[in-house]
Write a protein that binds this ligand. Sequence first.
Ligand SMILES: NC(=O)c1ccc[n+]([C@@H]2O[C@H](COP(=O)([O-])OP(=O)(O)OC[C@H]3O[C@@H](n4cnc5c(N)ncnc54)[C@H](O)[C@@H]3O)[C@@H](O)[C@H]2O)c1
Ligand SMILES: C[C@@H](O)[C@H](N)C(=O)O
Length: 373
Amino acid sequence: MPIVRNVSRAVSQLLQSSGCGCGISIVPVRCIGVSPRQVASDASFHSVSFSESDHPRVLITGGLGQLGVGLAKLLRKRFGKNNVILSDIRKPADSVFYSGPFIYADILDYKNLREIVVNNRITWLFHYSALLSAVGEANVPLARAVNITGLHNVLDIAAEHNLRLFVPSTIGAFGPTSPRDPTPDLCIQRPRTIYGVSKVHAELMGEYYHYRYGLDFRCLRYPGIISADSQPGGGTTDYAVQIFHDAIKTGKFQCNLKPDTRLPMMYIDDCLKATLEVMEAPAEALSMRTYNISAMSFTPEELAQEVQKHVPELQVTYNVDKVRQAIADSWPMNFDDRNARRDWGWKHEYDLPELVTTMFSFLGSDSRIAQAN
Ligand SMILES: NC(=O)c1ccc[n+]([C@@H]2O[C@H](COP(=O)([O-])OP(=O)(O)OC[C@H]3O[C@@H](n4cnc5c(N)ncnc54)[C@H](O)[C@@H]3O)[C@@H](O)[C@H]2O)c1
Ligand SMILES: C[C@@H](O)[C@H](N)C(=O)O
């Protein structure tokens, strides 16, 4: 019994001494083939230390999805082409391959990921790899591996190598028992998808590593993201991208959600701007480590009406996908992002009309507005 008491006293002293990310005494370090263990931290142990006057050296995981290529473009403009490495397990298109550094990185391969971070002296990591809501429900074991085990690898490497780590969360981190209109930053989170469960896990693990080990973890809960030059990867909000392509190609769109399903959405430029802003925000400005961000909220019917201002002949029909509808019905309808606006000055630029105009001008069919009027 005295041993048990001594151990529990030591643990409680450790927990007290490491609150709020200060007084960090240990970081998690893994060796391949050995279970996770902890060693004493030492400033000289870190191969990289990020000086604020330098540009960060950035790695983006899962970078060939809907959001990663755009993020790389934005970060390369800011930090220089060769300071931003895009990675994925898929083969990049020529245009991506020749636009800046690209490497293969499987987030399930801990050793390979660590080598990449060390060899490239990475200081900032944007962890975009994930299986989204609908594809996650179709393959729960894979979603669990990529979204949870992969995150553990990333967290340990980030803590071990003193990285600033961005992990996106989502409106999908909330569930039917959360307040849905609006959904605040802090409330009940009982999502009913493996995607949502894994994102709540990521939020909590990231915040725990922040308080326990001093990891500079930053997380935004994105709404459904709408982009013209990249395809969504199998989510519940994908319809809001598909409608633009179908309006132009065929003039017919079949929506897989009910016409009155209201969800928070955002144009990709706002999403990427927020991501860079929260990463550049001084730590003192962040009263939290996970923030909602919001721009607009609409239903398929409202989006279709706005699209029809540009393509009046567009015919919209509804063929509801039960899985996606059940997911959407459990998600926020409006997102409360007052904390992000107050703490680090978040402000969106695109509302629904600007979003639709921008999508059509990007997709090259703006002239049809004139025909409509
Ligand atoms: N797009 C949205 O509407 C949206 C909304 C909220 C949050 N997010 C989050 O933003 C991030 C990026 O989203 P996205 O839309 O670009 O996703 P996406 O599905 O389009 O792309 C995810 C990428 O992860 C890669 N990947 C899968 N398994 C991997 C592995 N083992 N190792 C490395 N990479 C792997 C895939 O190849 C893919 O390119 C995700 O974490 C997602 O949860 C996206
Ligand atoms: C909302 C978001 O996380 C993603 N677009 C999905 O629908 O799964």
